[in-house]
Write a protein that binds this ligand. Structure first.
Ligand SMILES: Cc1cc2nc3c(=O)[nH]c(=O)nc-3n(C[C@H](O)[C@H](O)[C@H](O)COP(=O)(O)OP(=O)(O)OC[C@H]3O[C@@H](n4cnc5c(N)ncnc54)[C@H](O)[C@@H]3O)c2cc1C
Length: 580
């Protein structure tokens, strides 16, 4: 059932087998798997937000950014509400590659304590929850053998792996799973319930303090607790829960809140196809099962090893949207209406604009240039507007974003890259507190020289590959590229690594099963546990790991039940629940 915290009386103690904190992709995928695989378990899921956007709940995410850090303010790119950030995500589904989990000598602090198979076996079910179709990322196999090549004649498997990215509807987990969660007999989803502190004076955790509507507090006592609160709130809750224990629960090795990664994002260079009309699969394609996919170029594992590079992907992009010199009506129209889109997406356009700011003069000619582009291409803009309404605004499976074919066969590259996990990139508690007296977040994120160097060298590797193939010329001025890379921004919605998985407590916060080292009934679901981030958008892997954790928790609970039956123990199990 789905309840509101307003129905839970002040001072109540709720009991359950498992308490999940957070109703985003991680928490809801976990709950969904548990209600199907372990029907006898009593589960409580606490969600700080409600079924609809609530500005007061969202205000609880306010925090500060360290001076000089290009990280966005912490209340942006996150959502409080059932579904979490899937209410606003883009839906791009990309798995990690096997090499991303390896210990790579050229990537400090790399190496997951689990192998690729442990993760990959959960990707198909994660794809199903994301409604992104099959787990097939090869264009030929996904689209059929008749599928055109990505760029005709450009094949260099030792350097570049041409793959697909697949797109979710984008599925809002708070909507897609709501009915099944509401019907599950032993699950209580409590909205408007904000977890404040874990009670863990002794291990294991004995309770969780929760705030409901103003003035209302209650406690949850469960056999197992799972934090699925997102990569920024997980360390906040752990840090706030036990300040006396070396800076927070699970912080024996000092890793809690550190090694924070977001992915580096930049628009770089200009690929000129040779000849300009060389066939290129630029636009979205649709798989036989109706999923939008798009081509991308990853640096191949062999190239990463040979050159000592970080995992990086490239997509053909459109020209600097703010510059009317592109002469493309659709882009000018987008630029003119950009103020009405979500702040998170507007910020991305503004960041790209920033990169070209020096050469843009914003006089009357600038605006006339954009208006002229729209007028000259009036029919094209009108057709695009119609198509956008049909395939995006009113469609249940939405066209992911705008792709515009260039007039001269040249395309800037949209680049997303892995970032080195660095202990100085960190999330900590600030001086200010929220309405419940919990310290707000302080976020410090920067790129390291090695991150920037990898981006620059990756561009050179791709430039050389195109030159060898004769299919295109990747142009850039090294100094200009360095300046753009120096100003590269984080991908705003990717919050990774703040409670990393490790084989020993000295190196991380959770073990290979996502259980906090030394706290056997406390577990973490979400990107906080990724030790490294690859270049892939995180949600597919978040969901895959949540499904894996569901299996582990079901096994733990079974084992616990068996022990109780044998010992006649009276550990709280599925006993009375006041709010039912
Ligand atoms: C604009 C945007 C575009 C994106 N595009 C993509 C994309 O294309 N592909 C991709 O893979 N990823 C994308 N992402 C990232 C993706 O949305 C996240 O990776 C994913 O939603 C994270 O899920 P989560 O459950 O771990 O965390 P969240 O979505 O943050 O969910 C955490 C939940 O926990 C709740 N919570 C937090 N603290 C507490 C507390 N103390 N008590 C109770 N509840 C609490 C929150 O209210 C929230 O509902 C995008 C993100 C944004 C913002």
């Amino acid at each position: 059932m789905i309840l509101d915290a307003a129905t839970v009386p002040d001072g109540t103690e709720l009991r359950a087998d498992i308490c999940i904190v957070g109703g985003g992709a991680a928490g809801l995928a976990l709950a969904d798997a548990l209600i199907k695989a372990a029907r006898h378990l009593d589960i409580i899921l606490l969600e700080a937000g409600g079924l609809r956007f609530d500005a007061a709940a969202q205000a609880g995410l306010v925090g500060e950014t360290a001076p000089g850090s290009p990280h966005p303010p912490p209340h942006l790119y996150r959502r409080r509400g059932l579904g979490g950030a899937t209410a606003i995500w883009g839906g791009r589904c990309v798995p990690l590659d096997p090499i991303d989990l390896e210990r790579r000598p050229w990537v400090p602090h790399s190496g997951w304590p689990i192998g690729w198979d442990a993760l990959a076996s959960h990707y198909p079910a994660a794809m199903a929850l994301c409604e992104a179709g099959s787990c097939e990322f090869d264009a030929g196999r996904a689209l059929g053998e008749g599928a055109p090549p990505s760029i005709a004649g450009f094949v260099d498997p030792d350097v570049v792996a041409t793959r697909l990215e697949r797109f979710s509807r984008p599925t809002d987990f708070g909507r897609s799973l709501r009915a099944s969660l509401a019907e599950a007999p032993r699950l209580r989803v409590i909205c408007g319930a904000e977890a404040l502190r874990l009670e863990a004076a002794t291990r294991p955790v004995t309770g969780l303090q929760v705030a409901g509507p103003p003035g209302r507090r209650f406690t949850v006592r469960a056999r197992h607790y799972v934090l699925a609160t997102g990569g920024l709130e997980v360390p906040r809750l752990l840090l706030a829960s036990d300040p006396s224990r070396r800076g927070g629960l699970g912080n024996e090795g000092g890793a809690l809140g550190r090694y924070y990664m977001c992915h580096a994002e930049a628009t770089l260079g200009r690929l000129r196809l040779l000849p300009a009309d060389r066939p290129v699969a630029l636009d979205f394609e649709t798989t036989p099962d109706g999923i939008y996919v798009r081509r991308k170029f990853d640096l191949a594992a062999a190239a990463l090893r040979r050159e000592g590079l970080l995992s990086t992907t490239f997509r053909l992009h459109y020209p600097l949207i703010a510059d009317p010199a592109h002469g493309i009506g659709i882009l000018s129209a987008m630029y003119l209406v950009k103020d009405v889109i979500l702040p998170e997406y507007r910020r991305k356009l503004a960041t790209i604009e920033q990169a070209g700011r020096d050469r843009l003069q914003r006089g009357p000619g600038f605006w006339l240039g954009h208006a002229g582009n729209v007028v000259r291409d009036g029919m094209g803009v009108a057709r695009f507007g119609q198509r956008w309404l049909r395939r995006r605004t009113f469609a249940s499976r939405k066209l992911p974003y705008v792709v515009v074919r260039s007039r001269d066969g040249s395309y800037p590259l949209d680049v997303n890259a892995e970032q080195i996990p660095d202990p100085a990139n960190r999330v900590s508690l600030g001086a200010a507190t929220d309405r419940h007296g919990i310290p707000q977040l302080r976020v410090d994120w920067r790129l390291l020289p090695q991150d920037r160097d990898s981006l620059l060298r990756s561009m050179a590797v791709v430039r050389d590959a195109f030159a060898r193939s004769g299919t295109g010329r990747l142009d850039y001025e090294v100094e200009a590229l360095q300046a753009i890379v120096a100003a590269a921004t984080p991908v705003g919605g990717h919050h990774i690594g703040t409670a990393r998985m490790s084989a020993t407590p000295a190196d991380g916060v959770v073990d290979a099963n996502c259980t906090v080292h030394g706290v056997p009934n406390l577990h973490i679901a979400g990107a906080a546990v990724f030790p490294t981030c690859g270049h892939a958008n995180p949600t597919l892997t978040i969901v895959a790991l949540a499904l894996r954790l569901a299996g582990h928790l079901a096994t733990l609970c079974e084992a616990g039940v068996a022990t109780q039956a044998k010992d006649g123990a009276t550990t709280p199990r599925s006993v009375a629940v006041a709010a039912r």
